[in-house]
Design a protein around this ligand. Structure first.
Ligand code: NI
Length: 163
């Protein structure tokens, strides 16, 4: 099932989501539907509040067309939290399915470590850099009601994506 995507300024995007405590078949189905939705909308990541679910759950996946870009395999993270961020920060352009047609430059740590649980509740730890680290930070922010546009330099705001 493909979910509808909630867009700004829907207040559901601004909620702090609740921890997932039950690892059951319903959770597996939600993750499968979020993956299908992410593919249908051509996103690189999707967080549960973007589809109206107030739960701490994100999915990511990136299969680049250019072979010089790194593949990010499908990853579903339950209750993810950033446990370490590198002091070195880089600027990158970000987009978001909840701010359709827009992009904006955001400075964030280059590398992060994330602790989370998988679909069975097992603990997992991820070390990420580059685009993977960027998507992780963006999606985890959604769980606390934070959008990339909140993090742009003062006086700047998202602008239409150039074709
Ligand atoms: Ni987003």
């Amino acid at each position: 099932m493909i979910f509808d995507i909630i867009t700004e300024p829907n207040p559901q995007l601004r909620q702090v989501c609740d921890p997932v405590e039950v690892f059951d078949d319903a959770l597996v189905q939600i993750v499968a539907d979020m993956r299908e939705t992410m593919h249908a909308k051509r996103g690189m990541g999707l967080a549960a509040p973007q589809v109206g679910l107030k739960q701490r759950l994100v999915v990511l996946e990136y299969a680049p067309k250019d072979s010089d870009e790194a593949i990010i395999p499908f990853t579903a993270l339950i209750n993810p939290r950033i446990t370490w961020s590198s002091p070195d920060r880089i600027k990158m352009f970000e987009g978001c399915l909840s701010l359709p047609g827009l992009e904006g430059e955001v400075q964030r740590p280059r590398r992060v470590r994330v602790k989370a649980q998988d679909l069975t509740g097992q603990k997992v730890e991820i070390r990420a850099s580059g685009l993977f680290a960027r998507i992780l930070q963006h999606e985890i922010d959604h769980l606390d009601g934070v959008l990339y546009s909140d993090l742009m330099a003062p006086g700047t705001k998202p602008t239409p994506v150039k074709e």
